[in-house]
Write a protein of this length. Sequence first.
Length: 192
Amino acid sequence: MLIAPAERIDAVINFAGFRGRSVILKTLSADLPEANVTAPLVRFDVASTAVVDDSAVPAVLRTFDPYPAVTRERRFVFGDDNHWSINERQFNPNVPIATPVVGTSEIWTLQNDSGGWVHPIHIHDVPFRVVQHSGTPAAFERGEKDVIQLGPDQSARVQLWFRDLTGPYVFHCHNAEHEDMRMMARIDILPR
């Protein structure tokens, strides 16, 4: 699974074939210039004794409330036009780029237009569902998320539901260098 920095996924791992051994979960080099790192993350020491395991993965892992009908669509382009930007603007903490209304749902198209870079986009406070991500969403993209990885020239359509909280929030590229160089935008969620 290709997972972006700070992205979370639910996974079930079956260790049945590894009795008495250690299994190391690690990062692997990817075909992405800035992700060319292999490193161990965690070691699982699997018991050598047999254990009766009558567990089963349920047919439905988690249910979600249906999102309301979409009230608006927006497009955000992540670029490197001589600076890291969203819609050709660098972060200004005083000016929102969008003002959705609490209780509404929107579709956002997130477009990576910055050459060979990868942008893991993190949207604060508002979980979303992936509608389209360079085709059909992957299995690990079917639940609610708050980070989506945009590879070079990729786009994603995500549906957000501004459930209950109002106020200013941000979304940004989760690459620390890009975030630090102001590839971030403020949204103000307005009351009804």
